[in-house]
Write a protein that binds this ligand. Structure first.
Ligand SMILES: [Zn+2]
Ligand SMILES: [Zn+2]
Length: 304
C-alpha cells in the first residue's frame, strides 16, 4: 500500500472549506504527515485517520501555514496516550520553538519526540526503513524550504519455481539470487539472475514540493515520479506576484511536470482568492500544458 491523503490544500490562511497544507503519506505500515498547518489534527479526525497512527512528521519550511498545527498535534498525541516515539524532521529553528512551547505550556510528554533539524543542499536521504526511503532536497522560497521524495521499498523478488527444480537450488542459493546474484554451476556455467527470479516490482515514488519558485534543477530531481505534488498558489495573470513571493503559477507547475516527465501532477496550496468554481482557472491553465492533472481535494485519498 502506498497512499496519499489530503488534509489541507490552501495557501497562507485557512478559509471556510479549505485548510492549510497537510498530507498523510502511508507506505505499508509506516505513516508520515507532510506539513502540519493549523487544524491538521481536526482534519485527521474528520477523515477518520487515527492520531496515534503517525510515525513521523516532515515539515517543509517554517512559514506558519505549514506548521502551526504542530504544537496542538504533539500535545494531543500525549493526551491520547501515545508511548511510541515520534520522529520530526524540520528546518533549523523549529526544535527550540517546539521545546519552548512545550516548556512554557507545562506540556511534559510521555513519549519521545525526536526532532532532527535538516538543511540539505542537495538531495539527501533523511531515513530509510523496511517500507520506504525518504529524501529531502532544497527548494527556492523566501525562507529555507525543502521538498521531499518518498520512495517505496519493494520486497525482494520471488524465485522462479522452474529454477528451483532445474538447478536444485539450496536455501543459500535462493537468498543469493534474491539479492541479485547470478548462479555458478559446478561445471563453471553461469546462470544469469534473470533466469532465477521473477522481475522485481518497480518502486513507486512520490515527490512533494511546497512552497517553491521555479529553479533549473527541480525537474531533474523529481524526474519520472509516479506522482508529483507541486504548489500552484496563483494563475499566470499573477506571475509577477508569484515571482515576488517565490511561488509557482499553475502553468509553471505544469511545465515542471512536463519537463520531469512525471506520471501525474497533483496541484495544491491554492490562494484563498480561488473560491469554489474559480479553482478551475488553475486546472484549465495546468491542463493546457500537461494532461494528467489532479487538484488536491481535502479528504481524498489517492494511490501513488
Ligand atoms: Zn505556504
Ligand atoms: Zn511558504
Amino acid at each position: 500500500m502506498f497512499t496519499l491523503s489530503i488534509l489541507g490544500s490552501g495557501a497562507a490562511t485557512p478559509t471556510l472549506g479549505r485548510h492549510c497544507s497537510s498530507q498523510l503519506v502511508t507506505v505499508g505500515s509506516f505513516r508520515m504527515m507532510i506539513d502540519c498547518g493549523e487544524g491538521s489534527q481536526n482534519q485527521m479526525k474528520l477523515y477518520h485517520h487515527r492520531l496515534l497512527s503517525l510515525d513521523a512528521v516532515l515539515i517543509s519550511h517554517l512559514h506558519g501555514d505549514h506548521w502551526f498545527g504542530l504544537p496542538g498535534l504533539i500535545s494531543s498525541m500525549h493526551l491520547s496516550g501515545r508511548t511510541k516515539p515520534l520522529y520530526l524532521y524540520a528546518p533549523e529553528g523549529l526544535k527550540p520553538l517546539i521545546e519552548t512551547i512545550l516548556a512554557v505550556s507545562g506540556s511534559g510528554l510521555q513519549y519521545d519526540l525526536i526532532i532532527e533539524e535538516i538543511s540539505p543542499q542537495q538531495p539527501e536521504v533523511l531515513f530509510e526503513n523496511q517500507w520506504c526511503k525518504v529524501t529531502a532536497f532544497p527548494l527556492v522560497h523566501s525562507v529555507p524550504t525543502y521538498g521531499f521524495m518518498v520512495e517505496e521499498v519493494t520486497p525482494l523478488p520471488n524465485i522462479r519455481k522452474e529454477a528451483i527444480s532445474r538447478y536444485d537450488l539450496t536455501g543459500e542459493q535462493c537468498q543469493a539470487a534474491k539479492r541479485g546474484e547470478d548462479l555458478t554451476l559446478a561445471d563453471g556455467t553461469i546462470v544469469p539472475n534473470s533466469w532465477l527470479v521473477h522481475p522485481r516490482k518497480t518502486p513507486h515514488r512520490y515527490a512533494y514540493c511546497c512552497d517553491t519558485a521555479w529553479f533549473d534543477q527541480l525537474p531533474r530531481w523529481v524526474e519520472g515520479v509516479d506522482m508529483l505534488c507541486l504548489e500552484c498558489t496563483f494563475d499566470t495573470t499573477l506571475q509577477s506576484l508569484a515571482d515576488l513571493r517565490k511561488h509557482l503559477t499553475a502553468k509553471q507547475a505544469a511545465e515542471i511536470a512536463a519537463a520531469a516527465q512525471v506520471d501525474r501532477l497533483l496541484l495544491t496550496h491554492f490562494s484563498a482568492r480561488y473560491k469554489d468554481e474559480k479553482i478551475e482557472i488553475l486546472e484549465r491553465e495546468a491542463k493546457s500544458v500537461f494532461e494528467n492533472v489532479i487538484l488536491a481535494e481535502e479528504g481524498s485519498t489517492l494511490d501513488v
